[in-house]
Design a protein around this ligand. Structure first.
Ligand SMILES: Nc1nc2c(ncn2[C@@H]2O[C@H](COP(=O)(O)OP(=O)(O)OP(=O)(O)O)[C@@H](O)[C@H]2O)c(=O)[nH]1
Ligand SMILES: [Mg+2]
Length: 1119
């Protein structure tokens, strides 16, 4: 097929029924880009000889060098299936876990996906991740099992073995989809049941008699899952070898054999995959091949042919046989191919004609994947529903937009809706309008004439300049030649400037060049927008300032063609496109629309958490502004990288992993900042927590009670160093009582470790807690919210889970008494209100306990006004702990007493307003780390208008914040403290020979093997292990080196784990002293980590230096 013209593509763009937007998803290295090459070659964009070698869509230099994809990129292809022409907008995505955010940006714009699975490696961690992502976005997948050639040449399986192997892979993939489907059905079922229950209750109240019917089915029976599973006979599976350029679906063989053998194609379609065999005598296809020891049809008619072809061409290089096969298949082979020294060349020449891969994959795509018109109402509602509101509580005009989505029409009066999923950069000079194109003869002549003219002008100008110089007077006007020189110089840097292009899709209407649109930020509220904007206003009008809404014009529209862009005047509904001109308004993603009624789309689902931080500075300090600008650009151009400035002035870059970091640094050096930079060692995140007092000491002796007392004693001592001890009191159970400097308010706080399950639950429910907090804030402000039943149910479920996990005497009624979560109001620590007689509105009031709140208000309104100070103090304390100013995790602070002398209670109105402002500032604040911004918070508190009760120590609320924070810190120190380390999980695939070395590397880096199993049908072992992030730098490289490249792990952040050793531990018994020595730091990993962090942050590090060298040497011997 020849190169498709731009006109043809523009024509195809107008017919959404024949458009397919799809992406290729898989685990790293399973062959996505190679497959894309074959598809691109079918359009004549690259030569089919180079397909598979060029990796055309990996357009970056580092992608080519490293051999992995790092950015998703799109290309539009034309395919003729039967008598219909199709336009395929294909997006190739990266498979490396560090770039999984690029997958999220691709999946959002598509309606379908090709899932590629390596026939040898089978389902890998990222395969599961991408299947889940496709599922969450409601897009339909089809499957390509790639690298079948490896089964033949590497594993040397027989065709029969290969068949069972392929069956197993299909089972694995289906098991993943099955699990996703079941969980969804269960959810729907629960929802349905709830509705039915409500209806039932209503009915019951009407009439109390009647038959009762109980249904115990799980709902799975009725749910339609026929479309869900991958099966060759459904036509949604292609078997392929992308490097060798071949691939087939059952349909193709059914077609071939129905002609050859006279069996009906429909019969073959049903029997070619499965336990069927051909009974030659009876001339029938029968079931039960395995039981009868016969070859399955698939083996006999399909695999055997391929196996014998490989055998003849590659293994035995049997010329005669090859000629025979070539003749029987009716393909043409060029002489230079058959003479080529590499047999693979001949092989792909034969296979790509016999079983062309592009044809198999693209016809499957056209037939099985949905077009933009088929978008389901469910998906639309999901995209449009701004949590926690329900869809039907959105303004009417907004709900009407659903129709526009479903109609998928590009009519003139349809609202334009576009979603931008990421911003990417291209060199300004590579934009189509700046690109050099081949000139016609006339144009060349014209230019020559122009150049001649310019030269003559310049000569003349020079002459005048020389004359005027000789006259010693300055010419009054500007010298034209100089001007030209100047402007030329100015425009020079523009040459290598970067332009941002938005990666987007049109969901309704037509995008037109130069059109102005509203840019809706993720927090934009259509109800508010509609009420603030005059009715019928458009982006052309002068619009008043509405929060999270801005106006931008789409300067140029592009067709994305892999490495190239083509300029377009308009792009109709259903197409993927590039837009220039949005960089001022869009940071990473946004929704664009011509109507302010449009809600922002739900945010993208990111699977990877950015965790790897480094500090960056320019080599030459004077280049700081360039670095700052470069980092800003990088932040905009990468969906997942985060750039922040710490209060210390450090510029910090947070990335998903080492490979991602490398790419970001390369980008900074070569593209965005274009300066030399120096990069700090990775900043490793830790968490601080408390644990229960240990029962044995470090040499396994029983401890009894004395240890606990010792710790508390220590706290008392430390505390009395810094402040007059009469404001601080620590009792024997670790209850810390602190009085404000003016001695008028007192708080008593105790720190208790949370059970580990509770911490994990809190961690996994951050979004929910945030929603709960938002809802509570609205209730506090007296607004009523129409919360979706799903959200309410989720909150109730969360509460029930917490209740079931917090059992026992210690936690009686704890869930009801939760005051707040922290840090940032949604973190994994809890503040409990155990103050006797102090009632405040419950955290769970949205679940229907509104009346109690009213009572509480009446009861203690004075103290309630200072409620926020306690919460703020808690937030500050949990944001940076006393060990090394890292955030806390898994700690419960229970406030057991809180007294305020009535003289100091403020006038209520003054504070309510201020508190809610401060609160909002805190919830919005997303800067992580060592409490930098929070000191700001308390300053703000101190700067408040003077209340009546202000004394020389400042307003009472400020004092209370500080007192609460200090009390929490002391309470924390009164318990045994521990550091928590971030852990990665990794799955390593290795052969038996290198297994020992993999274990060696893991052991050295404090990794822990969780399990090890043999991959069925191969000689590979799969090892699953966890590894502290702190020990992970260079891990992948080391494994690769030690195993000669046979094993390459991918690290994914998994959880936080308590480091068992106590960083504050000092030997107290004689045995311990003997065993560990006075310094006791030889084995204390936690202390090393802690001191490293303290040193980095410029905090005081208490280190014992060698005092008595000789004595220590003798101790060393004793060890
Ligand atoms: N034997 C064999 N090798 C293949 C096949 N397809 C791809 N490869 C090889 O697998 C390696 C990875 O291929 P890519 O296409 O870059 O894989 P990818 O899925 O795009 O990788 P990422 O984008 O980094 O996730 C390359 O060395 C290919 O030559 C195949 O069908 N058979
Ligand atoms: Mg790739």
């Amino acid at each position: 097929m020849g190169h498709t013209s731009l006109e043809k593509i523009i024509a195809l763009q107008r017919n959404p029924a024949n458009i397919r937007n799809l992406c290729i998803l898989a685990h790293v290295d399973h062959g996505k880009t190679t497959l894309a090459d074959c598809l691109v070659a079918s359009n004549g964009i690259i030569s089919s000889r180079l397909a598979g070698k060029l990796r055309y869509l990996d357009s970056r230099e580092d992608e080519q060098i490293r051999g992995i994809t790092m950015k998703s990129s799109a290309i539009s292809l034309h395919y003729r299936n039967g008598d219909q022409d199709y336009l395929l907008n294909l997006i190739d995505s990266p498979g490396h876990v560090d770039f999984s955010s690029e997958v999220s940006t691709a999946v959002r714009l598509c309606d379908g996906a090709i899932i590629v699975v390596d026939a040898v490696e089978g389902v890998c961690p990222q395969t599961q991740a991408v299947l889940r992502q496709a599922w969450l976005e409601n897009i339909r997948p089809v499957l390509v099992i790639n690298k079948i050639d490896r089964l033949i040449l590497e594993l040397k399986l027989t065709s029969q073995e290969a068949y069972s192997h392929l069956q197993k892979i299909l089972e694995q993939v289906n098991a993943v989809t099955g699990a996703l489907f079941t969980s969804k059905v269960m959810e729907e079922r629960a929802e349905k049941e709830k509705k039915e229950e409500e209806a039932e209750e209503e009915k019951e109240s009407e009439l109390l008699t009647g038959d009762q019917v109980y249904d115990w089915s799980a709902g799975l029976e009725e749910a339609d899952d026929s479309q869900l599973y991958f099966s060759p006979d459904q036509g949604n599976v292609v078997f392929a070898s992308a490097v060798d350029g071949w691939g087939f679906s059952i349909q193709q063989f059914a077609h071939i054999y129905s002609q050859k053998m006279g069996i009906k194609a429909e019969v073959l379609l049903k029997t070619l995959w499965g336990d069927f065999y051909l009974n030659a005598k009876a001339k029938k296809i029968m079931k039960g091949a395995q039981a009868k020891g016969k070859k399955q049809l698939f083996v006999q008619l399909v695999l055997d042919n391929i196996w014998s072809l490989y055998d003849a061409v590659v293994t035995r290089r049997d010329k005669e046989k090859v000629e025979k096969v070539v003749a029987s298949l009716g393909v043409k082979v060029m002489a230079r191919d058959s003479r080529h020294s590499d047999p693979k060349v001949l092989l792909s020449a034969i296979c790509s004609q016999w079983l062309p891969l592009a044809q198999a994959v693209l016809s499957m795509v056209c037939e099985k994947l949905p077009s933009p018109i088929d978008m389901t109402a469910e998906r639309v509602e999901k995209l449009m529903s701004v949590w926690p509101l329900r869809f039907d509580s959105l303004p009417e005009q907004t709900q009407e937009l659903k129709r526009a989505f479903l109609q998928c029409s590009s009519g003139e009066n349809q609202p334009l809706i576009i979603f931008v999923s990421k911003m990417f950069v291209v060199d300004t000079k590579a934009l189509p309008q700046n690109r050099q194109r081949t000139l016609t003869q006339e144009e060349i002549a014209q230019r020559r004439e122009l150049a001649r003219q310019r030269h003559a002008d310049r000569m003349a100008a020079d002459q005048t300049a020389a004359e005027s110089h000789s006259q010693e007077g300055q010419p009054a006007g500007c010298d034209s030649a100089k001007m030209e020189g100047l402007t030329l110089k100015d425009s020079q840097p523009e040459e290598d400037q970067q332009t941002f292009v938005a990666f987007a899709r049109v969901y309704s209407g037509v995008a037109k060049k130069g059109r102005r649109v509203f840019v809706l930020g993720p927090k934009y509220d259509p109800a508010r927008g509609l009420s603030m904007l005059p009715e019928g206003s458009s982006a052309w009008d002068h619009v008043p300032a509405v929060p999270h809404l801005s106006v931008c014009s789409m300067d140029s529209l592009y067709l994305l063609m892999g490495r190239e862009l083509e300029e377009l005047d308009e792009v109709p509904v259903g197409n993927v496109l590039g837009i220039r001109g949005l960089e001022e308004c869009v940071l990473k993603s946004a929704t664009l629309s011509t109507t302010p009624a449009c809600p922002p789309f739900i945010p993208l689902n990111f699977e990877a958490t950015p965790i790897l931080r480094v500090a960056i500075e320019p080599k030459h300090p004077s280049e700081m502004p360039k670095l700052v600008r470069g980092m800003r650009l990088l932040n905009q151009a990468d969906p997942c990288a985060e750039v922040l400035i710490q209060e210390t002035g450090e510029h910090v870059l947070v990335t998903a992993g080492e490979v991602h970091l490398q790419r970001c640094l390369d980008d900074l050096r070569k593209r965005f900042a274009k300066i030399e930079i120096s990069v700090s060692k990775p900043i490793i995140p830790f968490r601080e927590t408390v644990v229960r007092p240990p029962k044995v000491d470090m040499v396994n002796e029983d401890l009894g009670k004395q240890h606990k007392v010792a710790i508390i004693h220590q706290v008392k001592e430390e505390a009395s160093h810094g402040r007059p001890s009469d404001t601080l009191h620590v009792d024997h159970i670790g209850l810390v009582t602190l009085t404000t400097p003016n001695r008028l308010a007192t708080v008593s706080v105790r720190a208790i470790p949370l059970p580990q399950e509770v911490t994990s639950l809190l961690e996994s429910s951050t979004e929910l807690i945030r929603t709960l907090e938002q809802v509570n804030m609205s209730l506090r402000e007296g607004k009523s919210l129409d919360i979706s039943p799903k959200t309410l149910e989720a909150i109730a479920g969360f509460k029930a889970q917490l209740e079931s996990l917090l059992q026992g005497r210690k936690w009686r009624n704890a869930v009801e008494h939760i005051w707040a979560f922290g840090p940032r109001r949604y973190g994994p620590n809890i503040l409990l209100n155990l103050v006797e007689g102090y009632q405040r509105p419950s955290l769970w009031q949205c679940l229907g306990r509104g009346d109690q709140a009213g009572e509480a208000r009446a009861q203690a309104s004075g103290m309630r006004d200072l409620d926020n100070s306690i919460v703020s103090g808690f937030q500050l304390a949990t944001l940076s702990g006393p060990m090394c100013e890292e955030p806390l995790m898994g700690v419960c602070f229970s406030v057991e007493r809180w007294d305020i002398q009535s003289a100091v209670l403020p006038q209520p109105q003054d504070f309510l307003e201020e508190d809610s402002k401060l609160h909002r500032a805190m919830t919005d604040n997303r800067v992580e780390g060592s409490g930098e911004t929070w000191t700001g918070g308390s300053c703000q508190a101190r700067r408040r208008p003077q209340a009546a009760s202000a004394d020389c120590y400042g307003p009472v609320s400020g004092q209370l914040i500080a007192a609460m924070k200090e009390a929490c810190r002391h309470a924390f120190q009164a318990q045994p403290q521990r550091l928590m380390a971030a852990m990665y999980t990794c799955e390593i695939m290795a052969t038996a020979e290198v297994l020992g070395r993999v274990y060696g590397v893991l052991g050295k880096r404090e990794g822990r093997v969780l399990h090890e199993e043999m991959k069925e049908g191969t000689d590979m072992f799969i090892i699953k292990a966890v590894l502290p992030v702190a020990e992970s730098f260079g891990f992948a490289d080391e494994i690769r080196k030690r195993t000669s490249g046979l094993a390459s792990p991918q690290l994914v952040f998994s959880h936080w784990e308590v480091i068992s050793s106590d960083p504050c531990w000092v030997p107290t018994t004689e045995e311990e002293y003997l065993h560990f020595g006075e310094k006791a730091d030889s084995a204390n990993q936690a202390l090393k980590y802690m001191n490293a962090v303290r040193r980095r942050k410029g905090l005081y590090v208490e280190e014992k230096i060698v005092e008595h060298a000789e004595k220590q040497r003798t101790l060393g011997k004793n060890k």
